[in-house]
Design a protein around this ligand. Sequence first.
Ligand code: COA
Length: 376
Amino acid sequence: MKNGTNFVPGLEGVVAAETRLSHVDGLAGELIIGGFPLAELAANATFEETVYLLWNGRLPTATELTTFQHKLAAYRTVPPATLALLKSVAAENAPTMDALRIGAGTLSLGVPNEQLALAIVARFPTIVAAYWRFLQGQEPIVPRTDLSHAANYLYMLTGAEPSAARVRGLETYLNTVVDHGLNASTFAARVIIATNSDLVSAVTGAVGALKGPLHGGAPGPALDTVFEIGTPERAELVLRAKLDAGERLMGFGHRIYKVRDPRAEVLEAAAEQMFAADGDLALYELAKEVEATAVTLLAEYKAGRNLQTNVEFYTALLLHGLGLETDLFTPTFAISRAAGWIAHCLEQQRYGRLIRPQSAYIGEKGLAWQPISLRG
Ligand code: COA
């Protein structure tokens, strides 16, 4: 207790919102999304069904889903001003997350307030894919309205219609990361919307929060380790060398989960299915061997720490299998999480209150003003 306030660094353990959207139990290794255990929802739902569930509190009927899909698809095209801006950002070779943050700020252009939620979710993939193509010196591919949200994203990146296995792999990934309690970017979005600001402002702030390596920016290095190992028999040698050098094994350990991250479970199964149908199964087998060796070695080197596989490990493998380069991993995470941010904003608008914690002042008091000529 300082200055009459309870200071909780990082707000750890502080409950700052009630939500019906998702529940994270780190000790049981349980993640509930919209009432469903993650494994039940992720591999079965289309992304559009998941978004509908989060925004409406229940799954859609067939007619409701068709209407929702059409409404969402109708908003995929971004205004010429957004494309022009993205092109000039590409000339500076900025990271894709920076471009997404800049592009996100333009999403209110020409869209009525009540349609902003749809436009944001519909246009995030268009911004990411268009920027990615500008970076490669190519023109953006016009979105198609006859493809699903996931299929259209992959199509806009390459111009090729993706296989059903790849679309399913991406849908499962998007469903898996759509919401995760009061994580930093979601909290940022809720703080912004709680001032009665607008959805575009909330989502743009959330993109900024997600960009940081302590939040959404870590899956690339997990994959680098798998590639560095190269063949299963080298796993122990390479991982021991890293641990002996005091390095952390990327894709392992979590602040909340003390058992295997349930998202790793779902993404592992999705990766296996996708790699078996349309990919490099040897890479999947190698990753499994790396994971098993890493968990065994972490138990030896960090006994009692319960360091298990986290979401990043199989995210990296799955997204790589989809043909995405590492700079696209966090933006693809954002494409999904945008729907979760909006769901939280809608919830905050319905039940919430201005979020305004206090600070404990630890500075000086009673200083006397000094004219500049006397400072020094
Ligand atoms: N590899 C090796 N050791 C690890 C480790 C890892 N991946 N993660 C944690 N540890 C060790 C720490 O070195 C520390 O050991 P020590 O007490 O002997 O110094 C102990 O476990 C506790 O670590 P701490 O940093 O307090 O845990 P945390 O809850 O703050 O960390 C992470 C959570 C995710 C930041 C951490 O596990 C990590 O850095 N993982 C690797 C990066 C990663 O995969 N990030 C994506 C997260 S989704």
